[in-house]
Design a protein around this ligand. Sequence first.
Ligand code: HEC
Ligand code: HEC
Ligand code: HEC
Ligand code: HEC
Ligand code: HEC
Ligand code: HEC
Ligand code: HEC
Ligand code: HEC
Ligand code: HEC
Ligand code: HEC
Length: 315
Amino acid sequence: MRIRVSNIVYGIATLVLFSFSIQAVPWEGLTSERLRLELETKFSEGQYSKKGADSCLMCHKKNATVMALFDGVHGQDSPANSPMAGLQCEACHGPLGKHNKGGKESMIAFGKESKLDAASQNSTCLGCHNDPKQMAWHSSSHNLDEVACVDCHKIHTAKDPVMDKLSVNDICTSCHAEVKAAMNKRSSHPMQWDQMTCIDCHNPHGSMGESALNQLTVNDTCYRCHAEKRGPFLWEHEPVVENCSTCHNPHGSINSTLLKSRAPLLCQQCHMDDGHASRVVPQDGQDAFGGGKSCLNCHSQIHGSNHPAGSKLQR
Ligand code: HEC
Ligand code: HEC
Ligand code: HEC
Ligand code: HEC
Ligand code: HEC
Ligand code: HEC
Ligand code: HEC
Ligand code: HEC
Ligand code: HEC
Ligand code: HEC
């Protein structure tokens, strides 16, 4: 039997690769559960390094990502509660333990590749960020759906991109594809060019309002910028007072002015009983019902009227 040289070379190559990968991430093979147990033991032993960051940088300083920490807020030694003023790297990554002994023990790792679940990762951050501003986090759908703080935030960087108006929309829509589609439609809030962002209306950490809105209700959210729609009006239009998103999709629409559908259909969802409201609109669009703005040709004060004779929202 002849052993082919190429086989030997291949064998050596896999051996090298294999041993390299063992050395690269020694806990690669651990299940999430075992990793969690290992970290718990490590925390209970609490063997933090004596030299803090210096001991980590002995091995990690060639990694540009690691070093970028010092360009950002978490790499500064003030204020007093900042990581660098205390346990330093280990404030987030957990105690060194025997990690430096040939990389024997794992550290807390963050992000998509991490084997730790979102809740465990987040608890590290919440240890310091437990101010009232984060109160709504626990009941937020982001938390309940296991979104991690670091799905949005970067730590080892000079400027966290999610805190930047010019990149926050991109980060949000990387998960919320439907909203991305909507905001690029014919009419939308000016989000395509980042003049407006998701957090003009939403709190990414959750809120007391519905849909994680900044204000308690949809309407209060809209009134912040569209104050004239608040009224009070002599003649109100009920659905307007109730919920702007009955007729508008705040993220965008193929119809003009963010409308979910066009008149007359928009109106006929509710006004179908009888009379002219239920009139079938002629195809040729030659009269006041079919042409121009359809029902709005006459009922132009759709958000309410202050005219003494405006009860039918015509003036
Ligand atoms: C003796 C060398 C050595 C020391 C000292 C050391 N590490 Fe590591 N560390 C490694 C090796 C090797 C790996 C696995 C390869 C890699 O991801 O760079 C690793 C991996 C990591 C990872 C996981 C990276 C990932 O993507 O999964 C983190 C986090 C980490 N180290 C943090 C620290 C911290 C914090 C300290 C100081 C408290 C520290 N290390 C000290 C050698 C060391
Ligand atoms: C405030 C928490 C925090 C502190 C302090 C911190 N890290 Fe990290 N570290 C993270 C997060 C979160 C990530 C994931 C990448 C990111 O968000 O920037 C990370 C990623 C890493 C990685 C993996 C980098 C890679 O190439 O993917 C290493 C290694 C690491 N940190 C080491 C360190 C060392 C060494 C220090 C101290 C000099 C340190 N970290 C301080 C939170 C922290
Ligand atoms: C040891 C305490 C500590 C830990 C752990 C910690 N932080 Fe911080 N963080 C701080 C301090 C201190 C500041 C600066 C606050 C200030 O200046 O008011 C800060 C600031 C921030 C900011 C604002 C950044 C900016 O550019 O203004 C964000 C976002 C943040 N942290 C996210 C996180 C995330 C995500 C984690 C977990 C991976 C985390 N932090 C872990 C202490 C911590
Ligand atoms: C869905 C994305 C997202 C998630 C998940 C997220 N954040 Fe934020 N965070 C943001 C955005 C966007 C801002 C900027 C808010 C602003 O400018 O009003 C911010 C701001 C912050 C700030 C600085 C301002 C403040 O409110 O004090 C801190 C600290 C912070 N986040 C911590 C966290 C922590 C801790 C977690 C996890 C428990 C987390 N964030 C989860 C998107 C997110
Ligand atoms: C890592 C993926 C991810 C990122 C990034 C992300 N989200 Fe989410 N978001 C989710 C998931 C998962 C849910 C819950 C399921 C759903 O409603 O789609 C959710 C739900 C929401 C909801 C509905 C809340 C409710 O209570 O009904 C809003 C609003 C939201 N996200 C806004 C944002 C904003 C704003 C950003 C950017 C600052 C953002 N998301 C970034 C994954 C993400
Ligand atoms: C002008 C205010 C406004 C802006 C800007 C905005 N939203 Fe919304 N969003 C709302 C309102 C209002 C609702 C509730 C809609 C409802 O009740 O039908 C909502 C609902 C949501 C929901 C819940 C599911 C759904 O589609 O109804 C998600 C997810 C969401 N928004 C994500 C985002 C993201 C991501 C961005 C940024 C790209 C964003 N929103 C920008 C007002 C806004
Ligand atoms: C942060 C400010 C802000 C908030 C909050 C806000 N809007 Fe707007 N809205 C704008 C801006 C800016 C425009 C664009 C004005 C322009 O193009 O002249 C706009 C335009 C509109 C338009 C007309 C779009 C068009 O194509 O002509 C509608 C309809 C609208 N908003 C509805 C809403 C509704 C409904 C809400 C609440 C869910 C809301 N807005 C919340 C700022 C806001
Ligand atoms: C019954 C359906 C309906 C409801 C509910 C409604 N709108 Fe409208 N809205 C319309 C229609 C139809 C137009 C288009 C008017 C036109 O083309 O003359 C419009 C246009 C707009 C415009 C752009 C033109 C203008 O008048 O400034 C804004 C802004 C707006 N609505 C905001 C709101 C806000 C804020 C709310 C909640 C307080 C709301 N709308 C509730 C039907 C509605
Ligand atoms: C979500 C349901 C709904 C939608 C959509 C809706 N309306 Fe209304 N509208 C009502 C309700 C409820 C009232 C008040 C009760 C009533 O008198 O019928 C009302 C009242 C009116 C009135 C005054 C009626 C009166 O008898 O005083 C007019 C005119 C009117 N709507 C026109 C429109 C037009 C035009 C549209 C489309 C742009 C529209 N509505 C869309 C629910 C709706
Ligand atoms: C040519 C002008 C005109 C157009 C177009 C028009 N309306 Fe009217 N509408 C009126 C007038 C005038 C009244 C008041 C009738 C009265 O006082 O008896 C009225 C009354 C109403 C009322 C109050 C109840 C009733 O029947 O008296 C509703 C609801 C209504 N219109 C809905 C609609 C809807 C929905 C459309 C579109 C399909 C529409 N209108 C199109 C002129 C118009």
